[in-house]
Design a protein around this ligand. Structure first.
Ligand code: FES
Length: 98
């Protein structure tokens, strides 16, 4: 069963998905879809409310940026990486692998 539809995922507008007890931020970049922890590794902010530029997502609270592909923290104040999740895209159906 898919979690989301690709056609409903807009570039630059990440969404929050709850699955198996996890809160996950799903972001579309072109036709690729990435999934990372929704909670910033710095403090308690929801990354799905942040901005996506290229492959980066920026936390709205203190401005830390993360690489959506690897979860790596790119700019302070965050230092710890985000957990990343596999995403399976099949036609219009997007499934977060967790
Ligand atoms: S909570 Fe995200 S940068 Fe501070």
């Amino acid at each position: 069963m898919s979690d989301l539809l690709l056609s409903q995922l807009q570039q630059g507008k990440p969404v929050k998905v709850e699955k198996n007890g996890k809160t996950i931020c799903v972001a579309r970049v072109g036709d690729q879809v990435f999934a990372v922890d929704d909670t910033c590794s710095h403090s308690d902010a929801s990354l799905s409310e942040g901005d996506v530029t290229d492959f980066k997502i920026e936390c709205w609270l203190h401005g830390a940026e993360f690489d959506l592909r690897t979860g790596e923290a790119l700019t302070p104040p965050a230092v710890a990486p985000l957990h990343t999740y596999g995403v399976h895209v099949d036609g219009d159906s997007v499934t977060v692998e967790i």
